[in-house]
Design a protein. Structure first.
Length: 372
């Protein structure tokens, strides 16, 4: 079996979770790095990681890497790579990427030179002088960091955080991959009951339900690699069947969301149905002041609106004070709140039992967890 090297970009703070997830999938030589995880595998891992990863932003195939201080070195380095293995004669191959702290800082010039180098390589292989680029696209991506060039091919297409269930969302929604990470860190997937009293469009609840029932997040969507000539269709079918067989249809689990906004409740119910977990997720209009931890156990997950998102700073601080009053310590219950406010614990009224640094986009946050 041919073995490839892959790169899976992810949110900062999630690298360890993603690395563990890929190991469970059977990936080899897993190497978590800042903002990404490198790993190895065959064509089965292309499909498996795209279908099953809850934390990766996308899955990229690493074509090669080299140093380049000049455009000539960039051209020759790109030309030396085996592009014919991945780009069919009629395939489109757009180029995009970025450069940071490098001698080659003009992105348009880098794109042009990389494109030309790939064309020259393919001319030699296919024996033609012009490429139609009318078939399914193969997105070429490059990164140049401190003069180290990495050439990649995107296998995902639309980012993996776009599961397909959230075409409609409320203001400042939590990214699906971050919500999945919060579910993992808090072990909410193992709970019988998960509650979000500021549910918005229901992302935390839906990701908890998907994880609890072992529903692969990409089981309902398409990926770029599915249209490539060189990718075996039977591998995709096999991996999708494998993912479907792992679903726990009899898992006892419920997720309950509440919000003061009726439209948010409607979105939560609608999105849960699209995700295939409508039977496990329900939502109701309720003010946070009225929250009561009902039952023997439960996990409360919350991404409250804060100054940088929807509320002004003072309103957000008052919300934290209310949480401190209604999220009372109770045996069998835990609470997890994500916030960028460094004074959160002071406003909440007690220090967290555990903290985890996560990034909501580029915004540094802390996940404050209470379980005592």
């Amino acid at each position: 079996m041919e073995v490839f090297t892959f790169s899976a970009p992810c949110l900062f703070g999630v690298e360890g979770l993603l690395g563990d997830e890929l190991r469970r999938m059977g990936a080899e030589n897993v190497q978590p790095q800042n903002g990404r995880v490198l790993f190895c595998g065959g064509t089965d891992m292309v499909a498996r990681a795209n279908i099953g990863s809850r934390y990766a932003e996308r899955i990229q195939l690493l074509v090669g890497s080299f140093s380049a201080h000049s455009f000539e070195e960039l051209f020759q380095g790109v030309r030396a790579l085996p592009w014919e293995r991945f780009i069919a004669k009629k395939a489109a191959f757009p180029v995009k990427g970025w450069s940071l702290n490098s001698d080659l800082h003009s992105i348009p010039d880098c794109q042009s030179i990389i494109k030309k180098a790939i064309v020259e390589r393919l001319k030699e292989h296919y024996g033609i002088g012009w490429f139609e680029e009318t078939a399914a696209p193969v997105q070429v991506q490059f990164t140049i960091l401190k003069n180290e060039v990495t050439m990649l091919i995107d296998t995902s297409g639309i980012g993996l955080h776009k599961r397909g269930y959230r075409r409609n969302a409320g203001g400042a929604p939590l990214k699906e991959t971050l919500a999945a990470a919060i579910v993992d860190v808090t072990r909410a997937r193992l709970a019988k009951q998960v509650i979000d009293p500021c549910c918005g469009s229901g992302t935390l609840l839906i990701e908890a339900a998907l994880a609890a029932r072992r529903i692969a997040p990409g089981i309902r969507r398409k990926f770029a690699f599915m249209d490539w000539e060189w990718f075996p269709e039977e591998v995709w079918r096999k991996e999708r069947s494998r993912a479907m067989e792992q679903v726990l249809n009899d898992r006892e689990f419920s997720a309950v969301g509440s919000d003061i906004d009726l439209e948010a409740i409607r979105l939560t119910v609608e999105n849960a149905a699209k995700a295939g977990v409508g039977g496990q997720v329900r939502a109701l209009v309720r003010d946070l002041h009225d929250f009561v931890p009902e039952g023997d156990s439960g996990v409360v997950l919350c991404n409250p609106p804060y100054g940088e998102r929807l509320l002004d700073v003072e309103a957000a601080k008052e919300l934290y004070r209310v949480m401190g009053k209604v999220f009372v310590p109770k045996t069998g219950w835990s609470y997890a709140i994500i916030s960028p406010d460094e004074e959160f614990e002071k406003l909440f009224g007690r220090p967290a039992d555990k903290r985890r640094k996560l990034y909501n986009g580029m915004l540094k946050c802390q996940l404050y967890i209470y379980y005592k």
